[in-house]
Design a protein around this ligand. Structure first.
Ligand SMILES: Nc1ncnc2c1ncn2[C@@H]1O[C@H](COP(=O)(O)OP(=O)(O)OP(=O)(O)O)[C@@H](O)[C@H]1O
Ligand SMILES: Nc1nc2c(c(=O)[nH]1)N[C@H]1C(S)=C(S)[C@@H](COP(=O)(O)O)O[C@H]1N2
Length: 180
């Protein structure tokens, strides 16, 4: 794909309260702000704020990957042990292949910030040519987790023949074993 292609990045907030407008969706906005900080190549957000319902999350993930053609979909919320936390199950249900290293690394890094990091069941996987990554719901967890895993994401998208994501090296360094 051409280097000038605009990368579509999906942002899904799974939160009963944010989706009802009980509180403002700070975490979804934090994902958008983080992508703006990281990326110097053109990108656009496809944003959805939905309830913690597995079917709704699955349908939204499929819509953003299959119809919107997002190369990357980042979710926030619904990864914990509460009964309505089902984002990892929805992610697994729609993915062809899982990428367990993402959850492992994010939990290990998050442990430097909170002892409850292990309560997140966050995972990641591939559907078609798209990478789906789960983040916890807390606004501050967004940057803590993305700073850990984002260096590997542009190369992951290269391998799936997606758009070339170029990072602001002063903010985050993408690692590509072979220069494109
Ligand atoms: N999208 C969000 N925007 C702003 N704050 C959030 C968001 N998600 C979670 N939080 C904050 O983090 C706290 C703990 O997250 P929790 O997992 O309980 O949220 P949640 O899953 O959105 O809740 P629920 O779905 O029950 O409404 C919340 O009480 C809230 O203060
Ligand atoms: N980096 C980071 N990871 C974190 C947290 C955090 O504040 N920062 N909160 C933890 C807590 S308290 C919970 S309950 C789980 C699940 O959160 P979720 O249900 O909102 O997705 O994420 C954990 N992971």
């Amino acid at each position: 794909m051409s280097e000038k292609q605009i990368a579509k990045i999906g942002i899904i907030t799974a939160s009963d309260r944010a989706s009802k407008g009980i509180y403002e969706d700070i975490s979804g906005r934090a994902i958008e702000e983080t992508m703006n900080d990281y990326l110097v190549s053109p990108w656009e957000a496809v944003y959805r704020c939905i309830e913690d319902n597995q079917e709704t999350i699955e349908e939204t993930l499929k819509e953003l990957v299959d119809k919107e053609k997002c190369c990357l979909v980042v979710t926030t919320g619904g990864t914990g042990p509460a009964k309505r936390d089902v984002t990892p199950e929805a992610t697994e249900a729609v993915c062809d292949r899982m990428m367990p290293g993402f959850g492992e690394l994010m939990r290990a890094e998050s442990l430097k910030f909170v002892p409850t990091a292990i309560l997140s069941r966050q995972t990641a996987g591939l559907r078609g040519s798209s990478l789906i990554v789960n983040l916890p719901g807390k606004p501050k967890s967004i940057r803590e987790c993305l700073d850990a895993v984002f260096p590997a994401i542009p190369y992951c998208i290269d391998l799936m023949e997606g758009p070339y994501l170029e990072c602001n090296e002063e903010v985050i360094k993408a690692f590509r074993p072979k220069k494109k």
